[in-house]
Write a protein that binds this ligand. Structure first.
Ligand code: ZN
Length: 204
């Protein structure tokens, strides 16, 4: 692409670095922004700046939150003895949308992926184990994607957790999860949580 302006090229480069945004889309978005009023653009950039500066991660479950502790962890209505382990905040949102789950969460922040250089220490696995040691936990539901990375992470977690006196469950593995979770319908996801099964011990 030949740009008539260096500023335009710079903005298009930045938008083009977003996932799923190609150069053409980036150009379209930037030209759209240029047509907006100063106030609208200020609101847009303000939201991004505030997001990065002010967002917090819940000290207990590591979900994205406005406060030190997220609303779910702070709620007395939730079952704090059941922890659903997920990859990221999108999974929490999807499961919450089902209205089928009353427990709390633990957000790993990714999956074990040797190919991408992501090991167990890059994820919130130790804090999960600390949580189980410190608080009375009855069940851990491993709700991770049915991919090689998801399987690897589930197996790793199972090995770490199996000696605790807790139930370890998984959800039906046929469904797309993680990044694709937003496409799974709520009824299917809700049902698979309600009908979760103990993790098969013979694989360990
Ligand atoms: Zn939390």
């Amino acid at each position: 692409m030949n740009f008539s302006s260096r500023l335009l090229e710079q903005a298009v480069d930045e938008f083009g670095r977003l996932p799923g945004v190609g150069k053409k889309t980036a150009l379209r978005l930037v030209l759209h922004l240029l047509k907006q009023s100063d106030g609208e653009v200020a609101r847009f950039t303000g939201a991004i700046n505030q997001l990065k500066e002010q967002i917090k991660y819940c000290k207990t479950c590591f979900n994205i939150s406005d406060n030190q502790e997220c609303e779910i962890c702070a709620s007395l209505k939730r079952d704090h003895q059941t922890i659903c382990v997920v990859e990221d905040t999108r999974d929490v949102m999807a499961i919450e949308n089902t209205n089928q789950y009353q427990g709390v969460y633990h957000v790993l922040g990714g999956l074990i992926s040797p190919m991408d250089g992501v090991g167990p220490s890059d994820l919130k696995i130790e804090p999960l184990i600390e949580r189980i040691k410190q608080f009375e936990v009855k069940e851990v539901i491993l709700a991770l994607s049915a991919t090689m990375e998801g399987d690897t992470t589930i197996f790793y977690l199972y090995r770490k957790l199996k000696d605790f006196n807790i139930q370890i469950s998984t959800i039906a593995r046929g469904i797309a999860f993680g990044g694709e979770l937003e496409y799974v319908d709520e009824i299917t996801l809700g049902r698979s949580i309600a009908t979760r099964v103990p993790y098969e011990r013979n694989v360990g």
